[in-house]
Write a protein that binds this ligand. Structure first.
Ligand SMILES: Nc1nc2c(ncn2[C@@H]2O[C@H](COP(=O)(O)OP(=O)(O)O)[C@@H](O)[C@H]2O)c(=O)[nH]1
Ligand SMILES: [Mg+2]
Length: 390
């Protein structure tokens, strides 16, 4: 949530670093890459990476100052109705497949019978709420029916909405994530290929720079030259420095150098892009662990955030991906991308209920502004907003 962008103030504009020479020789901004497969297992074998050893840290970092207490966070700006409207519109495919289908099912029905509940079950499952989430919702409905607390389908819809809100709220914990008072705030971004890591990093960098923070991007996806080039384009767009080496370089060595730069130049925020695919899943996971270790050697409390990016269009597969990455690098926050292009937005409910990892952002389009702070209450309202209502 935006709250954690606002922890550090007072940095003058002229203190902000200028984009570096490392961004020279950029290719012309290309159109974004098409989504790639998100199946970790089906990739063909690829050539070996250079296996350069991680250099030992040369610089001892100063210990971090105490973290800023949450009550110093500025209040969030009031969301304008046009922003809400955009969210609601961008969720239209999910709404068609979910809430509007429920409305059609309930239309003209006076009472709740078995057939109606069966149909509802099918809608919830096909909207990617997941089997166990669906069962829990229906159990609640049946309990209320038995106790005669539920008389008609419209009340059932309200019960569903409230239960879904409760599921989503479970991850709306108080912001434990705070920027350190001193030293860079390090975000390591992970996720399988094509989920939107690099794009999301570009959008997050934009949010930070808009809030007056200096940002350093780190191209630790050295597996493909295109990945480095893509991050450099985002660096250019945001006018921020990108640390990179050649394709095939050891990602940990890129990170090692970047951390030195971040500390020496006192960057506010460091965002590390990582590979989503290597020769094997084991290689990928080992590499991510190594990157995390290198970051922690330079700044013991870092990475402060290990953010997993999930593609909402993959539906239930996102849950398996989250479990896999969480077991390796302890995910602290999620971003769910491509909610605009999918009818599978119900996955948000399932992710919140199953994983209990806070969703920080949702991607609802390819524009810079289409990375939204995840606000559970707003999300539920947008999801259940009636057709045609402003
Ligand atoms: N519609 C839509 N497309 C997105 C969103 N986020 C990312 N993308 C697209 O997804 C594709 C893959 O993104 P990329 O950042 O390269 O994924 P990476 O491999 O994880 O780094 C690109 O075409 C992006 O433009 C989103 O929220 N909505
Ligand atoms: Mg990428």
């Amino acid at each position: 949530m935006l709250g954690w962008f606002k922890k550090k103030f007072g940095k003058k504009q002229e203190e902000l670093p200028t984009p570096s020479e490392e961004q020279l020789d950029l290719p012309e901004p290309a159109s974004p890459e098409p989504p790639l497969t998100t199946d970790l297992f089906s990739e063909p074998p690829l050539p070996d990476l250079e296996t350069t050893a991680i250099p030992e840290p040369a610089v001892e970092t100063a210990p971090l100052q105490p973290l800023v207490v949450p009550d110093r966070v500025e209040p969030l700006p009031k969301k304008t109705s046009s922003l809400f409207q955009r969210l609601s519109e961008q969720l239209s495919k999910t709404k068609e497949a979910f809430v509007y289908r429920i409305d059609t099912l309930f239309l003209g029905k006076k009472e709740i019978d078995l057939e109606l509940l069966d149909n509802l079950e099918e809608i919830l499952i096909t909207a990617d709420l997941g089997v166990s989430t669906t069962e829990e919702l229906l159990d609640e409905a049946r309990r209320k029916l038995k106790r005669k607390e539920l008389a008609d389908p419209q009340t059932l819809k309200k019960v569903l909405k409230e239960k879904i809100r409760a599921f989503i709220m479970e991850t709306d914990r108080p912001a434990e994530l705070v920027m350190p008072e001193k030293g860079p705030f390090v975000i390591m971004v992970v996720g399988v290929n094509g989920v939107g890591k690099t794009t999301t990093i570009g959008k997050i960098a934009h949010k930070f720079t808009k809030a007056g923070q200096s940002v350093l991007l780190v191209a630790a996806d050295t597996f493909r030259a295109a990945a480095v080039a893509q991050l450099k384009i985002w660096g250019e767009r945001n006018n921020v420095r990108v640390v990179s080496q050649n394709e095939g370089a050891d990602p940990s060595s890129v990170v090692f150098d970047a951390m030195d730069i971040a500390i020496a130049k006192d960057y506010d925020v460091v965002i590390v892009d990582t590979a989503g695919r290597l020769h094997t899943q084991v290689n990928l996971m080992e590499e991510l662990k190594k990157i995390k270790r290198v970051i922690a050697k330079k700044i013991p409390a870092a990475p402060h955030e290990v953010m997993l990016i999930l593609d909402a269009t993959t539906g239930q597969n996102a849950i398996s991906q989250a479990k896999l990455f969480n077991a390796t690098v302890d995910i602290t926050g999620l971003t769910l991308t491509k909610l605009d292009g999918t009818a599978k937005g119900g996955i948000v409910v399932n992710i919140c209920r199953e994983l209990r990892i806070p969703i920080r952002f949702i991607g609802i389009g390819e524009q810079l502004e289409d990375l939204r702070d995840f606000d559970p209450g707003e999300f539920v309202e947008a999801l259940f907003q009636e057709k045609g209502k402003p």
